[in-house]
Design a binder for this molecule. Structure first.
Ligand code: COA
Length: 193
């Protein structure tokens, strides 16, 4: 299906990148990607363990019906520069919180998003391209709403603005070590940034 096809994006006049689904051969590149993330980026993005064995297991057992794993790579396909998860439904702890907010999660129509971009590529427009691809895939999979996987930390101003730009609205707050916002986006013909 076209929504899942690789796309070549011109990030700047002299740099093109590819956005595509993670595939079974990507484990070494994905491990390298995680190793290169700064402590700050890791403090914002931690949907699963980044150890090599976990990454190999993920690449061996890809199942887009459960989790779509989008990546961006350099044009030569040597380096992963972004990794975005789209989980059908929500994690158990997110689902419990949304239930308490009066927003029951439906695995058929809800997606949970967790985006990450390599430090050197942040704030250069890649997040916009990734969100557009995520929205296209969400519509193709008949999703009606996108929630934030694990919420967004209040101190993560950039991500908060990023979600607001696409029309995500705050529906709740919770604290673990830090203050977080739950935000969600109801899909419509809008939300294209
Ligand atoms: C959050 C993230 C995905 C955004 O992607 P990005 O490529 O950096 O963002 P873009 O350059 O495409 O910008 C998209 C929007 O984000 C916001 N934004 C980006 N950089 C920003 C900055 N430095 N300050 C404030 N807002 C910023 C703006 O709203 C921007 O819209 P605009 O281009 O119309 O101004 C990315 O920065 C990232 O991976 N950060 C680290 C991990 C993380 O925080 N993940 C989210 C966890 S909830």
């Amino acid at each position: 299906m076209e929504a899942f096809s690789p796309e070549t994006i011109q990030l700047s006049p002299d740099e093109s990148i590819i956005i595509r689904l993670l595939d079974s051969t990507d484990a070494p590149k994905l491990t390298t990607y995680f190793k290169g993330l700064s402590a700050e980026t890791r403090s914002y993005f931690a949907p699963h363990s980044f150890v090599e064995e976990t990454v190999r297991h993920i690449c061996r057992t890809l199942n887009p019906a459960e989790i779509v794993r989008l990546i961006a790579t350099s044009a030569d396909n040597q380096t992963i520069i972004a990794y975005v998860l789209l989980l059908s439904g929500a994690t158990p702890s997110d689902a419990v919180r949304y239930q308490a907010l009066g927003i029951p999660i439906n695995v058929e129509t809800d997606f949970s998003i967790a985006p990450s971009i390599a430090d050197a590529y942040q704030s250069r427009g890649l997040g916009n391209h990734l969100m557009k691809k995520a929205l296209t895939i969400a519509r193709a999979m008949h999703k009606e709403r996108i929630v934030l996987w694990g919420g967004v930390q209040a101190r993560n101003i950039r991500a908060h603005r990023y979600y607001q730009k696409y029309g995500f609205i705050e529906v709740g707050q919770f604290e673990n070590d830090v203050l977080n916002f739950d935000m969600c986006l109801t899909l419509s013909e809008m939300n294209n940034g």
